[in-house]
Design a protein around this ligand. Structure first.
Ligand SMILES: CC(C)(COP(=O)(O)OP(=O)(O)OC[C@H]1O[C@@H](n2cnc3c(N)ncnc32)[C@H](O)[C@@H]1OP(=O)(O)O)[C@@H](O)C(=O)NCCC(=O)NCCS
Length: 132
């Protein structure tokens, strides 16, 4: 899937903060979405955070990669200095692999930071990518 299938549905201001919502469409259906917003208010607002969700019916077809690339491009264009993911669950191997492939670095693992419903306490990645 090419990033060209990703379009902006809600640019500008989200709940009073800078940000954007993008959707990826396949055959006219929303296959996935990303929301980009400041990771922190005030003096931390130059670092973006983003939340991704791909419809399970469309996973493994490049939608997440397209949304990730589009989010990086959009946050860079909007002047964010970096993008930070605060809580990438270590057992979410697809996400971990994808974000590393898109240039995010794991700064640290938060030990047992997530209560997995079936696996119990698992680590979380704190990830960061400078956008320039
Ligand atoms: C994580 C998520 C966004 C990935 O979306 P996706 O559309 O399935 O991902 P893609 O098809 O673009 O695949 C991207 C990469 O994921 C990995 N991947 C995809 N399917 C995989 C599978 N079945 N097993 C292992 N790795 C897989 C591969 O590294 C792939 O890269 P490749 O294109 O070089 O093979 C999606 O699974 C999702 O919405 N999960 C639930 C919400 C979530 O976890 N959000 C992110 C929180 S940090």
């Amino acid at each position: 899937m090419a990033a060209g299938h990703v379009r902006d549905v809600d640019a500008g201001v989200l709940d009073g903060a800078r940000g954007a919502r993008l959707v990826a469409e396949i055959d006219g259906r929303v296959a996935g979405t990303v929301e980009i917003h400041p990771n922190l208010p005030g003096q931390g607002s130059h670092v973006a955070n983003a939340g991704f969700m791909v419809d399970p019916a469309f996973r493994g077809r490049g939608v997440g990669r397209a949304l990730g690339g589009a989010a990086i491009e959009r946050a860079t264009k909007d002047g964010f200095h970096a993008m930070q993911f605060n809580a990438v669950v270590a057992t979410n191997t697809q996400a971990v692999k994808l974000w590393h492939a898109l240039g995010f670095e794991t700064l640290t693992l938060i030990p047992e930071g997530f209560r997995h419903p079936s696996l119990g306490l698992v680590d979380m990645h704190l990830m960061y990518k400078v956008l320039t």
